[in-house]
Design a protein around this ligand. Structure first.
Ligand code: PMP
Ligand code: GLN
Length: 415
């Protein structure tokens, strides 16, 4: 194999999804909903499949994005960025948000470049930067004590502005931001984003902003797009995902948006690697967005309905986890919850010498012995910082109540 693959062969999703399947565990690990996507989105796909009027729907479409989808994305997002997004030059449709991350990183990062990554981070950022030849510089979000008597929440986790500034050097090419964040569910506030934006301008660097959970916000939290802050459109690539937007992770459609002088380089990576996404799926995503554009702001808009349902699920598992002695960190956005599991009385002596961190050992034990599959948080930290994540595990609550009830029953019998 090419030497650039050294050290990127292990993957937390590959490992833990296989483990969950092997043990037929209640799966609150990998992030995908086990409930139905909205009817209108399922219908859209069904109708595309039987579209007798247009057999060309089964052939290649425009490589950088199906015309109907890029037009709809432009219509949806132009007002949110306060920019008239050119559907042909300022949008690229890719295989999932993964594809857009890959194209962004490979378009701009090369040997000698540094990329700032905020921990805990969605795990693929690091291998993508490494394979592109870049060096990651990691800065952790640090937990502040919650207000007395309150639960810990993801907003307690903050960046130290001076520490962040100290990460920027002459070599810094980009910072990768993820809001709402996976795994913590932290939603960066406008002030926090302005601080990051000011540093991007001061050090003339790019911002790759992964916003796949952009519609999933709880309580009073607001999703602010860093690309919409003054002076940021021209230096920000914003990434989204139909999988997360419409609860169809298996469709694997994502997109990158930004100014033409950035997106054209992503297009170069794309045209030479994958070239185009499946036409029928793009058509169905476009129809899904058109319907949602017509309902925007209404109570039955999926962008309101989904977070409303997820908030109830979030609160349900907070209760379960607290009752059994775990200490959840309540997320302000996204569909994951991180919990401190260090109080759990569990004998992990069998895996003592495995060389693995405590959370990995705990998650493996829970999956095999309790048949509940979760994800260890040290997977979201760089090698030097694994100990910061070691006492935590991640739960996905985008699950049927029935799934969450099964988890609750198992946990209550155990604890
Ligand atoms: N970014 C984050 C933060 C994610 O959690 C995920 C997983 N859905 C992705 C990107 C990849 O998304 P997709 O499935 O659309 O490739
Ligand atoms: N984004 C999802 C998660 O964080 C799944 C990622 C994957 O399966 N590769 O769980």
């Amino acid at each position: 194999p090419a030497s650039r693959l050294e050290g990127v062969d292990k993957n937390v999703w590959v490992e833990f999804s296989a483990l969950a399947a092997k043990h037929k565990a209640v799966n609150v690990g990998q992030g995908f909903p086990d409930f139905s996507p909205p009817n209108h989105v399922k219908e859209a796909l069904k109708n595309v499949g039987t579209m007798s009027t247009n057999d060309m729907i089964h052939q290649y479409t425009r490589g950088f994005g199906h015309p109907k989808l890029v037009d709809t994305l432009s219509k949806m997002f132009s007002p949110l960025f306060g920019v008239n997004i050119d559907p042909n030059k300022e949008v690229l449709v890719t295989v999932g948000a993964y594809g857009s991350l890959f194209c962004s990183i490979h378009a701009f990062i090369e040997e000698g470049d540094e990329v700032i990554i905020i921990e805990p981070f969605f795990d693929c950022y690091q291998p993508m930067v490494k394979v592109a030849g870049g060096t990651c510089r990691f800065i952790p979000l640090r937990p502040n004590s919650p207000k007395k008597g309150n639960y810990a929440t993801s907003s307690d986790w903050t960046l130290d502005p001076d520490e962040l500034e100290s990460m920027f050097t002459k070599k810094t090419k980009a910072i990768i931001l993820n809001t709402p964040n996976n795994p913590l569910g932290k939603v960066f506030t406008r002030d926090e984003l302005q601080m990051i934006a000011d540093l991007c301008v001061k050090y003339d660097c790019l911002c790759i902003s992964d916003e796949v959970y952009e519609w999933l916000l709880y309580d009073h939290h607001e999703h602010v797009r860093i690309g919409s802050l003054p002076g940021m459109w021209d230096r920000t690539i914003t990434i989204g995902s139909a999988g997360k937007t419409f609860s169809v992770t298996g469709w694997k459609i994502g997109w990158a948006m930004g100014s033409a002088n950035l997106i054209r380089h992503l297009q170069t990576v794309w045209q030479n690697s994958t070239y185009a996404c499946p036409t029928p799926i793009q058509e169905a995503v476009a129809v899904g967005f058109e319907e949602e554009i017509s309902r925007l702001g209404e109570e039955h808009s999926y962008f309101k309905e989904l977070p409303r349902e997820l908030k109830a699920k979030r609160d349900k598992i907070v209760k379960t986890l607290t009752e059994i002695g775990m200490m959840p960190i309540i997320p302000d956005g996204g569909y994951f919850m991180v919990a401190d599991a260090s109080n759990m009385k569990v004998d992990l002596s069998e895996s003592e010498n495995s060389g693995e961190t405590w959370d990995y050992r705990l998650v493996k034990w829970l999956t095999a012995n309790k048949k509940v599959a979760t994800i260890p948080i040290s997977a979201f930290y760089s090698s030097g910082h694994k100990s910061m994540g070691e006492k935590y595990i991640r739960f996905c609550f985008a699950k049927e109540d029935e799934t969450l009830d099964k988890m609750e029953k198992i946990f209550k019998e155990w604890a």
